[in-house]
Every structure is written in C-alpha cells, then in structure tokens.
Design a protein around this ligand. Structure first.
Ligand SMILES: [Zn+2]
Ligand SMILES: [Zn+2]
Length: 299
C-alpha cells in the first residue's frame, strides 16, 4: 500500500527547477561559437526567460524548453544584444500555439518597445488570426515596467527581485535575483562592478555574471580603434573585467560563480589564467558558461 502511494507520488512529482544558459556571448555582433545573451528558468513546466538576444527561440528549441510554457520575460536593459528578440520570442511562442498570457518585465521604454514590436509584426499577426484562428497576441502580452529596486514578481513558485546596476550610459539596467524553492540564482545582466549587485546576490547559490576578458589595450587592439575611442571606453567602463569578478562573488558570498556574456565572444578563453585570477579572491566553485549549459539546485 505504502509502496503504491509512494509510486503515485513519484509519478506525479515535478522535475526540479532548472536554469539553462541559452546564449553566453556579449555584444551585438552575431558570433560563431556562442549565441546572444539569454537564459531561462523552467519551474513546474513554466518558463521564465531573462533577456532575449537574437535567436533565443531557436536556443529554447535546442534546450527542449516548451514554447507553450512561456509565461514571463525579464529584460535587463535595452541593448540590442539582450533585446533583439524581445517581441519576436512571444510572437513565435504564440505562433507555436501558446495561448497563455506572457508578461514582459523590464526598464523603460519597455511599453514603447513592445508596442513597436507588435506593430512591426502586425501583418503576420492579423494573417494568422484570420487564417489559423488564433487569438490576439496583443491581448496576451502584458507589460510591467521595472523602475527601481525591489520585488518584480512573486507568483507562488518564483520570487524575482531587481537591483539597478552600473551600465553607463544606460541609467536603467537591472540585475535579477530568482528565489525558487530555496534555490537562489542571480543574473547580473550587463554591469560594471556594482555594490548593488553584491547586495542583491548576498548568500545566493549561483551568480551568473558577465565577464570582460580583455584589458583596455587589448580591447583597443581587438576593436582596431584607439584606446580613447568611445566604443573602447564603453566596453571597459560599462562591463566587469575578469580581474574584478572574483572579488564581487566573494563579497556577495555566493557558492557558485558562472561566467557568461563573454566579451570578446568568439575568442578562445584562457581558462587557467582566468581561474588563477579569480582564485586570488574567490574560493567557491567557478563555471565557464556555455550555450545550453543546465544548472539545477543539485549542482
Ligand atoms: Zn550585453
Ligand atoms: Zn549592455
């Protein structure tokens, strides 16, 4: 009898939550070896996506994430490497049959971006509604503009908290913390070293943090622009060097640091050099993010 009950419970037990790194490159230029920034949590069959770099839908397909489970999208900031498929993703999920509401969370001008994206695809949406009997996508998309630190979502399964980070010239750039059944994961988005991120990530199990693998002189050479060029200065001042990321993980007291948003995105990573540098300040586990890498509370 007990065995039968246990079997029944096990049969209906939901898989543990998982985080999939969908795209681990940084910067808007499409890359050969890594997809554009995006990650997704799958919790009890629902999918929560953080950032929608170009190709995020294809990466979801490769990861086996259900389009019909898409419920929440969180945008860290409006740079195109993170936002190119912001409306394309819910559009494709809708075209794949998702009839559930999808809420987009992110900084201003989120509402305008969503409206413009729907406008760009208005002909396709109208055609499919008439030809395929689909509902109105505009009515399924909800916009929640994130304007400051604090709680973004608590749906009973997932609690999401935001913190504004330093990513000049963007005033509105956010990191997000996900607390799921005792498992805590922070996605840094794009940020220079930020105390607000350290506070948000305090005691988290996992910190997925962006990383710049080059110093100013190397960025200058790689971009073929002088060191004082605005693009070189943006890359150096608005992102976090591998010299600093270990200290951030240590100060936050996280268990695992996952490097992602690699800049430059296509260059081979000298893992030993990066690990040696991070190891000077951080004694926890360090993972080099790869596209489609999966993390669970057991990792
Ligand atoms: Zn970026
Ligand atoms: Zn950015």
């Amino acid at each position: 009898m007990l065995a039968a009950i246990l079997l029944a419970v096990t049969a209906h037990a939901l898989p543990p939550p998982r985080l999939v790194l969908l795209g681990t490159a940084g910067g808007p230029t499409p890359k050969r070896t890594r997809a554009a920034p995006a990650q997704a949590f799958e919790v009890d069959g629902a999918v929560y996506v953080v950032d929608c770099g170009n190709g995020v839908g294809r990466q979801m397909a490769l990861a086996g994430l259900p389009f019909l489970g898409l419920r929440q999208i969180f945008l860290t900031h409006h740079h195109s490497d993170h936002a190119a498929d912001l409306v394309t993703l819910p559009l494709l999920a809708w075209a794949a049959g998702n009839e559930s509401p999808v809420t987009l969370h992110g900084p201003p001008p989120l509402r305008e971006a969503v409206r413009a994206g729907l406008h760009a695809h208005a002909f396709d949406i109208a055609t499919r509604r008439k030809d395929e009997g689909r509902g109105d996508l505009a009515k399924l998309l909800r916009v929640h503009t994130v304007k400051g630190d604090g709680l973004v979502l608590d749906d009973g399964h997932v609690r999401v908290t935001a913190a504004r980070v330093l990513h000049p010239p963007m005033e509105d750039a956010f990191a997000y913390r996900f607390d799921v059944a005792g498992w805590s994961v922070v996605i840094s988005g794009d940020t220079a070293p930020s105390q607000s991120l350290v506070r948000l990530a305090r005691g988290a199990d996992v910190l997925v943090h962006e990383v710049l693998l080059a110093d100013e002189a190397e960025v200058s050479r790689w971009l073929e622009k002088p060191p004082d060029h605005p693009l070189v200065q943006h890359v150096v001042r608005s992102h976090t060097s591998f010299h600093d990321v270990g200290r951030i993980a240590r100060d936050a007291g996280v268990k695992t640091l996952v490097l992602s948003h690699f800049v430059p995105g296509d260059a081979p990573v000298d893992k030993e050099a990066v690990l040696a540098e991070i190891g000077k300040s951080f004694q926890g586990k360090v993972l080099f993010g790869e596209d489609l890498m999966v993390l669970t509370p057991d990792d």
